[in-house]
Design a binder for this molecule. Sequence first.
Ligand SMILES: Nc1ncnc2c1ncn2[C@@H]1O[C@H](COP(=O)(O)OP(=O)(O)OP(=O)(O)O)[C@@H](O)[C@H]1O
Length: 466
Amino acid sequence: MSIPGLGIPGLGHAPAAAASAPAEVGRQTVVHELQANSEWRFEVAFGASIELKLISGTAELFGTELAEKHTYTFRGTKASIFTWHGCRLEVTGYCEEYTAQDTPMIVYANTHFAIDRLRDEAIQTGGEGPRVMVVGPNNAGKTSLVKLLTSYAIKMGRQPMVLNTDLREGMLSIPGSLTATPFASIIDVEQGWGSSPTSGPSPVPVKLPLCYYYGLPNPEDNTTIFKSAMTRLALAAANRLTADPAMKGTGMIIDTAGALSQGKEGYDLISHIVREFSVDVILNLGSERLYSEMTRRFASGTGNTLPVMVVKLDKSGGCVDRDENFMRQTQEAAIREYFFGDLKRTLSPHTQQVSFNEAVVYRIRNPNNVNASFLPGGEEETSAPTTHYEKVEPSGMMLHCILAVMYASLRDTQETIRDASVMGFVYVASVDEKKRVLKILAPLNTRIIDRPMIWGSWPETTVSLI
Ligand SMILES: Nc1ncnc2c1ncn2[C@@H]1O[C@H](COP(=O)(O)OP(=O)(O)OP(=O)(O)O)[C@@H](O)[C@H]1O
């Protein structure tokens, strides 16, 4: 995985994000008294921030307990603080907020205890802990539930392997990455899952994800590459799991993309994930139709899979829809943070010049986007391309794009490169077509010309990072 370096203070704040900040006149401090079993839900815009302090009692953010009297800062966040026994929260700054008494937390906690019983049984028999997959439409609360189950497992002294197969949001990496991460220590409260691993100091213990790259926005865009990435991820996660007894007894928690939960093609991809990861439990959030489809497909097993426990859970009333604009800002913030760090920990990426002759770049073909007008004579392509990547010469079209640097050699076949894990990501800061030189921003000061790079269309970047 990439290890970003040290800091250049002052960089890393998109002018666009700053422009969208609401005016924060006279940042007021308000104290909220929360009753037992209630939840304080808040939304902070990009460019704005709030400081939150737990004054007394106990409270948690998606399962991770807040430390008393510690100041947490949130920006561009929609989330909630839940309390089992009541608490007082001090909040400074503007956010949209309300308190709710009606939450599915008891059901979620019971789900955790039921999964934990399966872990106990597995440990007693020397077997593997359950492999739990969470499915549901976009914004149904899947990632929040995965965080909660992960936090509760960690609290019980377990070490879950957490998998992110959702392309909209990265987990400890940029959006578009598919990651497998062993979790043995607390989740970062302020930054969702936490930030990408670095060699510098970090307020919470660094987690090291194993990362694969797909490079397109939707799983259905190129199901062959998506499926092969899932297969590789499953193999890598299973190998890691069996090598570590604590992790083996805990098992896996898998987050999925909301896009998979609609229509037959998505259901088929879910079936592939269930098979490859040998999923034991499917938790369904927010869709009756999906629940019925999952039950039909998996509850009594198939030729290839054992019966899977399919469970329906209520979606939390706190889940908020995140529009395209918010998701774009979230994605840009994650990319910016990958290279420049955050306000608490600035990083200093290195720029390097790479000549067009040195860079070995493969572009992902997107079969769904083949435009007939670009084909010879404007013909329609009749069959899918035989290769999924094409080797391309760098060009101005790469400006502000992200390239994945692969753990592979320049002589490897396309299949080997496709199945390789990702060393890290670089950003194309400028392209000089006359001098035939790319200026690249990389987390490390290592020359990258001996590795193949993959140029996908996801994550898309529209702003200049520098
Ligand atoms: N109880 C809650 N109170 C307030 N906000 C919440 C609550 N639960 C989830 N959210 C917020 O709602 C949004 C959607 O939730 P989440 O990301 O968990 O959904 P998802 O199903 O994983 O979405 P997607 O598949 O689109 O990535 C997030 O911003 C999350 O922080």
